[in-house]
Design a protein around this ligand. Structure first.
Ligand SMILES: Cc1cc2nc3c(=O)[nH]c(=O)nc-3n(C[C@H](O)[C@H](O)[C@H](O)COP(=O)(O)OP(=O)(O)OC[C@H]3O[C@@H](n4cnc5c(N)ncnc54)[C@H](O)[C@@H]3O)c2cc1C
Length: 467
């Protein structure tokens, strides 16, 4: 068995570690921080990311609900101009028909994933920083790690990406934004909701003290400088046109909209996933969706390779499948930032776009694109014999052969992959296929009517048979 080191114990690194462990490979996870980062980041996982969380049983029971009573929507806010319960594109709340968004603070997701990883036997090393591709600075000094495979899940400024020499082309940011939880001298300084303003965007709420600002005078001058109360206050004052005072900053992050993507997701023994592979603005919540789906696409493939069951060329399908998805998301994020910028010309363009989105086809297309819901044949959350759902059956993180016509021949073929593919026999009225082979990421790899035999597809995706 070859060794796997995951650099970065954020949501993507931890998700990948769980996926590897579910597939019999226990990686080392190096995480620079000794504790989970408390700065406010994601509050939700969207689209296919939300579906994949469900397929691993990671959706919290209260995922759709706010832990407080939200204020009524203010008539001038962008929410009031949208459709109730709809997802948004550039603050136009009109996207209907997607799967539910999972509302979960990033810190809670990271804590849940860390608990899951440790329970599965992952060696999670907090306070350990990768300083060179095989050198780690730990609490007791430097040590060498001779890993066969290294996966950089170390965020937007990834050291792994730089050390391994990946290209990271893209566009620079044109905006600076803040997300913060604050105490204000006047908590009612501005109505709750999303508002386009003369200089950008102001979001107040939904929880008390939460503010988000976006202004378009370029990216932050000093990205690493400490965020001061004064600079946040200046942004709030400019956008709100008030003299509001920030009396306390409980938590704050600064962000921009640079949009860049690694030229490949693999160079030899080094792979990238999550923000290490792609960065973009946070509007519409693509970050966790892309990153978690990267992890779920890569985990089982890397496990099969690390166990010597599949050739390294299986890993090339990771770049082939995931690179175009993030490339499209980056384009949508660029479009989204353009539509969030101020001015009458943009207002006119927003009216055109929202008019187009009144058409069902356009709305369906953008909903799918903003959630990555149109990627290949994704197995719906079918129910077998009115009993277990595919979503529940996929909690093992392995492949799934749905034997829907009680076919002993088929089961005999799959026997040789029993450590990687679960076989479940049952009936399902919703599909006419006699059998379906579902990959751990939910993609249908084979249907009973396909010309290629099952054995070939099992070998292609899961490696050699053990019998
Ligand atoms: C204001 C804001 C709001 C957002 N809102 C949303 C949202 O609603 N929905 C959404 O999906 N996304 C959102 N995002 C994006 C989301 O937060 C990121 O996409 C997500 O954090 C990416 O996860 P990651 O694991 O790839 O990287 P990170 O979360 O950055 O984790 C990387 C980890 O690697 C560690 N690390 C770095 N270097 C090293 C090293 N050399 N050695 C060891 N460890 C290292 C870091 O300490 C960190 O823990 C938001 C982001 C911001 C800034």
């Amino acid at each position: 068995m070859s060794s796997v080191v995951v650099v970065g114990g954020g949501p993507v690194g931890l998700m990948l570690a769980c996926e590897l462990a579910l597939n019999h490979v226990r990686p080392i996870v190096l995480e620079r921080l000794t504790e989970i980062d408390r700065r406010p980041k994601a509050g939700a996982v969207t689209g296919r990311g939300a579906e994949l969380l469900d397929r691993r049983g990671l959706t919290p029971p209260d995922a759709g609900a706010w832990p407080f009573t939200p204020r009524p929507v203010h008539p001038d806010s962008l929410l009031a101009k949208g459709k109730p319960g709809a997802g948004h594109f550039a603050g136009m709340f009109v996207l209907t028909g997607g799967p539910g968004t999972v509302m979960i603070p990033q810190q809670q997701l990271e804590a849940d994933l860390a608990a899951c990883a440790v329970e599965l036997g992952v060696d999670l090393r907090r306070g350990h920083t990768l300083v060179d591709l095989d050198t780690v600075q730990g609490p007791d000094g430097r040590y060498e790690l001779d890993a066969d495979w290294i996966v950089g899940c170390d965020g937007g400024r990834s050291s792994v990406r730089k050390l391994a020499g990946f290209g990271f082309p893209g566009t620079d940011g044109i905006s600076t934004g803040y997300q913060a939880v604050v105490e204000l001298d006047d908590p009612e300084f501005h109505p709750h909701g999303w508002f386009r303003k003369e200089h950008g965007l102001l979001v107040h709420g939904p929880m008390p003290g939460r503010v988000m600002t976006l202004e378009f005078d370029g990216p932050p001058l000093h990205r690493d400088s400490e965020i001061t109360r004064e600079e946040l206050q200046r942004s709030l004052r400019r956008l709100s046109g008030t003299q509001v005072q920030v009396t306390e900053v409980r938590a704050v992050t600064r962000f921009t909209d640079n949009a860049r993507q690694a030229d490949s997701y693999r160079r030899g023994r080094v792979l990238l996933a999550g923000d290490a592979a792609h960065v973009h603005s946070p509007w519409g919540g693509p970050g966790l969706r892309l990153g978690l789906c990267d992890a779920v696409n890569l985990g089982w493939k890397l496990a099969a390779v690390a166990r010597g069951l599949a050739g390294a060329d299986l890993l090339d399908t990771y770049t082939v499948e995931r690179h175009p998805v993030a490339a499209r998301a980056l384009e949508l994020q660029r479009a989204s930032v353009a539509l969030l910028s101020p001015g009458p010309h943009v207002s006119a363009l927003r009216d055109v776009v929202s008019g187009l989105l009144d058409h069902e086809d356009a709305n369906r297309w953008l909903t799918a694109a903003m959630g990555d819901l149109d990627l290949g044949p994704f197995c719906p959350d079918l129910s077998l014999d009115g009993g277990p759902r595919v979503g529940e059956l996929q909690r093992t993180g392995r492949g799934l052969l749905l034997d829907l016509a009680d076919d002993p021949g088929l089961r005999a073929v799959a026997e040789g992959w029993s450590d990687r593919v679960e076989v479940v026999t049952g009936r399902c009225e919703q599909v006419s296929d006699r059998a379906l082979l579902v990959r751990p990421d939910g993609q249908i790899a084979w249907r009973s009517g396909d010309a290629e035999p099952l054995r070939e597809q099992l070998t292609r995706w899961f490696g050699i048979s053990h019998s």
